[in-house]
Structures are given as C-alpha cells and as structure tokens.
Design a protein around this ligand. Structure first.
Ligand code: BGC
Length: 461
C-alpha cells in the first residue's frame, strides 16, 4: 500500500519535552510462576477456553522478565527519555495482602537500575490490570478492602524504588477495568454486571487516592494516573441520540476524571449508586495530583440504541440492553485492529479536558498512543504517530501544558484477548523464539527524538 509522503519534519516541541515508550507487566514479563510470583485474575481468566482468541496466556509474554536488559538496550538505541512499565502486584505481594516477595521487588530494583544506568527515566505503573487472584476471588474491585490492600502494596514498592523513580502512575485505565472487566465481561474477571459494575469504579478511585497518600508518605516524586479518554461524537440528532452520547461520555470520560480533579461525580445519580461513605471517599480520591496521564487511541461515535449500532466495538461484544449504541466511524483509515485513525481527536480531547477543568487540570503527559499494524516495514504506524504528534503540538500551541508523549508499545506483546494477534510494537517480536527486530517505525522515532533534541538545543552564537 502506498501512503502519501509525510508532510515534512515535525515542528519543534519545547525543550525538556519527554519522549517515551510504554508497556505493562502482564503483556510482557512472562515468568508467571517464577521466583514466587502469585497468580493474577488475568492468569485465571486466560486459562478459560475461548477467552483469548489465539489460546495464549501470560506465561510467556515477550520474555521481558529474562530479556529486560535487551529491551533497555533497545530503548537506549531509540534515545528514549523514559520507559513506562508496570509493576506486577502478584509478583510483589503474591496473595495480594500480607507477605512481600523479596524476589519480586528485586526484579523491579534491577530494572530501575538498568534504566537509570542508560539515562532512561523509569516510570512505573502500580496497577495495569493484574489483580492478585486471592483478592479477585474475594470480589476484586467490587470489594472495598482491595483499595486498602492496594495502598499497602503502593507503600511497599515506593519504599524500595522512590529514591530512583522520578514519576509514578497509580492505576492504568480504570474505565477499561470497570467496563470491560466488570460490566461487559470481556476482560478479567469476566463479570457481566452492566451498571451494577459501578462500585468497581469507585473502589479503584479510592485505591488511587489512598495510594497517592501512601506514595507521598514514602516521599515518592511526581504522582499521576493514566486515564483513557475518547472524544464522543453524537450519531443522529434525536433526543435519544443525545442522551445516549452524553451518557457514554459521562461513563467513559468523566466518571473518573471528575472525581479525581474536582472531587465530585459527573452526576448525582452516579454518586447515589456508589458504595461506602462517598462524600468522605471523594476527599481522598481528589488528593492533589502532580500530573494527569491521558491514553488516547480514537474517538467514539455514539447515539441511541439502534439496529445499526455495533454489536462488537473494538473487538468487544456490546449487549443490546445498554441505553446507548456505538456506531462505526466512517471516512477514516483503519488500523489492522479496525480502529479509526483520527489524530485530531487527540487535540479535541485535550481541548475538552482544558475546557472542563480549567486551572484544575494538572500538567498532562500522554501515557499511551499507538496502533495495531502488521509488518516490519510499518509505514502506516509512522504516519499514525506523525499525525498524532502534529495534533499534540497543535493542542500545545493552544496553551495546553503537555510534557511527555509515550508510544504504546516498545515490543509486540500479548494484546489481552487478542493474544499475539495485534502488533503495537516499534520492535517486532517473533513469539516462538522471542527474537526482537526493530521495525521502520523504531528507526523513524529514533530520528524524531534526535531531531527534536537538536531543535531544542540552543545553537552556538
Ligand atoms: C491498554 C494497553 C493495551 C492498549 C491497546 C490500552 O487500553 O492500557 O494495555 O495494550 O490499550 O489495546
């Protein structure tokens, strides 16, 4: 396929802008039963026949647990300023509470040292979906106690790593965990509770707030969270269409952002459905953040439930009884995953966040953006990232304070229920042998980083 040439060099980003790459533990580490790691809800889920499309599970990942030095060398070759990885809770606290596994902490200690030795900032995410199995069996995020156990685990990790980690992320994408894991049942733990899943949202938010306090007590540096956002476009112009789009927007974009940044749920009706002393919890949940992480992939077209609504959206079954209907966005190139490529959606979303939160919006870091495409000559990934960086630059020119951009992901990894079928990496992984081969996008991103450093360096004279 021939693509139009890129529109020329990227504009200059501000000096100090951080160029990063993201990954997560379950998708890469493998070594699921080694050195004392306990099972997670995802291990149990993946073992159920039919859950993961190609029948794979988390036992291999990309072999990162053994090959992390090779991957850090790849990051160094890229000139990456930061690497966002996740700490596996069941590797550090195998039962989710109680005894800490020293070998688990040692692994992240070695990884952090290796990154620092190469001048790459380690950016750990404390929770990227791998709940320790005993906690999942006790209700997972439906159980308030999980939030307290998470805060204990956050302290444990921070006490070990805070001296070298410049930036922390508590939780990755609480919306996906709530919607895909507890409402629709497509991800672990496979619960299909629809709106009865809302307590899972509240308890993740509470876990985040308690962890912020625990991290601060352990003198952790800059604390943030990675929240997924998707600008919602309304399909149709009936009242039902507007209601459907607004409801989806609230559930996806504001159910987490509003409590974090304003201390209130987007609607009293949501607050009324949450468990526990909600008003008191909201004070914890809105503990001040140093920065706000945005994961962006694409916008969503939503209207009333209708026959033409997708029964499968982004690979996930959408039950008919939902009060909104998600439609296919037309007129854009699609990734191999079937997601529309809409770079301006990133700018729209950032402007939307600024409009909603004003001065309450802390500095932003784009903690994920990327695309699933096959092939080592991945010109389409280059065009995708180039387009999104231009949109990001435009948002920054509009006055939005964005300080970093992390590509999802370094290597092709275990893409949750897609197994190894979707390739998001800058580096190709041959999964049987785990051999790494940098793609064209790796070389392109390396050149972007080099050029940007050159642009931001003051010229002599
Ligand atoms: C998740 C990643 C995932 C990516 C692509 C995000 O929702 O944080 O773990 O691989 O999207 O689907």
């Amino acid at each position: 396929m021939t693509l139009p040439p890129l529109p020329g060099p990227l504009p200059a980003f501000p000096p100090g802008f951080l160029w990063g790459v993201s990954a997560s533990a379950f998708q890469t580490e493998g070594a699921a039963t080694r050195d004392g790691r306990g099972p997670s809800g995802w291990d149990e889920f993946a073992a159920q026949p039919g859950r993961i499309k190609d029948g794979s599970d988390g036992s291999l990942g990309t072999g990162f647990y053994d090959r992390y030095r090779e991957d850090v060398a790849l990051l160094a070759g890229l000139g990456a300023g930061a690497f966002r990885f996740s700490v596996s809770w069941p590797r550090v606290v195998p039962d989710g509470s109680g005894a800490v596994n020293p070998a688990g902490l040692d692994f992240y200690d070695r990884l952090v040292d290796e990154l620092c030795a190469h001048g790459i900032a380690p950016v750990p995410t404390l929770y990227h979906w791998d709940t320790p199995l005993p906690l999942e069996r006790a209700g997972g995020w439906l159980n308030r106690d999980t939030a307290h156990r998470f805060a204990d685990y956050a302290s444990t990790v921070a006490e070990r790593l805070a001296d070298r980690v410049p930036m922390w992320i508590t939780i990755n994408e609480p919306a996906e965990v709530t919607l895909l894991g507890y409402a629709l049942g497509e991800h672990a733990p496979g619960r299909k509770l629809l709106f009865d899943a809302l307590p899972a949202a509240h308890h993740q938010l509470l876990a985040h707030g308690l962890a912020v306090r625990a991290l601060r007590a352990a003198t952790a540096a800059e604390i943030g969270i990675a929240v997924s956002h998707s600008p919602v476009r309304t399909a149709g112009d009936t009242e039902e269409d507007r209601f459907g789009a607004e409801l989806y927007d609230s559930v996806y974009n504001w159910l987490f952002a509003d409590p974090l940044l304003t201390g209130a749920y987007p609607d009293e009706n949501f607050a009324a459905l949450m468990p526990g002393p909600v008003a008191e919890d909201l004070k914890v949940i809105s503990s001040p953040l140093d920065w706000y992480g945005v994961n962006y992939y694409n916008p969503t077209l939503v209207g009333a439930p209708a026959p033409e609504a997708l029964d499968s959206f982004a690979g996930f079954d959408m039950p008919g009884e939902l009060p909104f209907g998600i439609r296919q966005i037309e007129g854009y190139e699609m990734t191999d995953f079937g997601w529309p490529v809409v770079p301006e959606g990133l700018r729209d979303m950032l402007v939307g966040l600024k409009d909603r939160f004003g001065d309450r919006l802390p500095p932003i870091r784009i903690t994920e953006n990327g695309c699933g495409y096959d092939g080592i000559e991945d010109t389409r990934r280059i065009a995708f990232i180039d387009g999104h960086l231009r949109a990001l630059h435009a948002a920054m020119a509009d006055g939005i304070d964005v300080r970093a951009y992390f590509i999802w992901s370094l290597t092709d990894n275990l893409e949750w229920i897609e197994g190894y079928g979707q390739r998001f990496g800058l580096v190709h992984v041959d999964h049987p042998t785990m051999r790494r081969t940098p793609k064209d996008s790796y070389r392109w991103y390396r050149d972007v980083i080099r050029a940007q450093h050159g642009l931001s360096r003051p010229t002599a004279g």
